[in-house]
Each structure stands twice: as structure tokens, then as C-alpha cells.
Write a protein that binds this ligand. Structure first.
Ligand SMILES: O=P(O)(O)OC[C@H]1O[C@H](OP(=O)(O)OP(=O)(O)O)[C@H](O)[C@@H]1O
Ligand SMILES: Nc1nc2[nH]cnc2c(=O)[nH]1
Ligand SMILES: [Mg+2]
Length: 183
């Protein structure tokens, strides 16, 4: 992997663009099989899930609706407080719908656990989760995730939608940041 492709600030590439696409195509085939008799509504969580949604949705072999939510943690000020407020709600009425939440990463699991409970209160026919990445801490929260791209170790990752202070979302690969970026 040359430096230009990695982005100069990445230390290690965990998953290349090609590996991500291959895995998303596998997940899309599974999802399509599981929802063959159902009209699935994909719900992306802004902003991290934008890249995953774009590529996952296009890897599906047929049409699927898409909608978006934006949420923000508040309270303690840490991302993983688990206290979430809605910045942008769905435009779609999901009652009776089969919802598949599309995420980039599950770390503490608190964001998704809150979103799932929130969406379930709207009486959808079903709610499932598809995430590209999952970290070990997610195991501490009881959250059933049907589709997981990659289980990753507990390191901060960027790229492919994932940011550090809003940067690096546009990198094609996913990796860890070099130390000089933090200092
Ligand atoms: O499992 P958790 O510990 O709750 O963390 C995972 C969430 O954190 C990131 O989003 P963030 O809130 O940083 O916003 P963003 O999607 O706009 O980057 C990521 O995109 C997930 O949505
Ligand atoms: N960019 C980024 N955002 C996160 N949110 C929760 N975990 C992570 C992570 O590893 N990287
Ligand atoms: Mg997010």
C-alpha cells in the first residue's frame, strides 16, 4: 500500500477499499436473501454511515428505500454517554415497516442501543442492524446485531466515513492514525 493511497496520516491500514467492498457485497447478498419477501427500509445514521450506506445499498441486487437519522450524544459530553438526542429524524413513517439500520461502527454500543429502542417504539414490523465494524466493548451492551462486517480490536479508527475531529471521513481505506496526528 503506497503512502498516497493510505493517506499520509494513517499508521496502519486495517481494511482496504477492496476488502471493504468485498465484505459489503457478502453482507448485501445475505440481507437480500433474508428480506426477499419483505420491503426493506435502510436507515443510515449520519454522518459516519454515509459511505457504508452508499456502497452497501448499491451492492444490493434490487431496489431498497433509504432514509437518514442524525443523532448526538450530550450530557457528560463524551460520545458514549448513551444519552442521545435526535438532530434529524426520519422522514418516513416506519410503522409496519421492516427497518434495517446501517452503521459504520459499534463501539460502546450505546448509540445504537438507544436508536433501536427509539425506532422500536414506533411499531415497525422489525428492526435489525447492519454495521461494517464492531469493537469488543459492544459486548457489554445487550444489543443483537444481525449483520457485522468486521470485528476489530479496541483502537481508534478513521476513514471510510469515520472521523477524527471531522477529518479523514473521505479516506478510501480504514486504518489507525499515526501518533503525530494526536500531538
Ligand atoms: O457505539 P458508540 O460508542 O455509541 O459509538 C459509535 C457511534 O460513534 C460514531 O458516531 P458519532 O457520534 O461520532 O457521530 P458521526 O457519525 O457523525 O461521526 C459512529 O459513527 C457511531 O455512530
Ligand atoms: N472515528 C471513530 N469514531 C468512533 N466512534 C466510536 N468509535 C470510533 C472509532 O474507533 N473511530
Ligand atoms: Mg455515527
Amino acid at each position: 500500500m503506497d503512502a498516497e493511497h493510505m493517506g499520509p496520516d494513517l499508521e496502519n491500514v486495517l481494511y482496504t477499499e477492496e476488502e471493504i467492498q468485498t465484505r459489503l457485497t457478502e453482507l448485501a447478498a445475505r440481507v437480500w436473501g433474508d428480506y426477499k419477501d419483505k420491503d426493506v427500509l435502510l436507515v443510515g445514521v449520519l454522518r459516519g454511515a454515509v459511505m457504508v450506506m452508499a456502497d452497501f445499498a448499491r451492492a444490493l441486487p434490487g431496489s431498497a428505500e433509504m432514509d437518514w437519522m442524525a443523532v448526538s450524544s450530550y450530557g457528560s459530553g463524551t460520545k458514549s454517554s448513551g444519552v442521545v438526542r435526535i438532530l434529524k429524524d426520519l422522514d418516513t413513517d416506519i410503522s409496519g415497516r421492516h427497518v434495517l439500520i446501517v452503521e459504520d461502527i459499534i463501539d460502546s454500543g450505546l448509540t445504537l442501543s438507544w436508536i433501536r429502542t427509539n425506532l422500536e417504539s414506533r411499531r415497525p414490523a422489525s428492526v435489525e442492524i447492519c454495521t461494517l465494524l464492531r469493537k469488543p466493548d459492544a459486548a457489554k451492551v445487550e444489543i443483537d446485531v444481525r449483520y457485522v462486517g468486521f470485528e476489530i480490536p479496541n483502537a481508534f479508527v478513521v476513514g471510510y466515513g469515520l472521523d477524527y475531529a471531522e477529518k479523514y471521513r473521505n479516506l478510501r481505506d480504514i486504518g489507525t492514525l499515526a501518533k503525530h496526528v494526536y500531538s
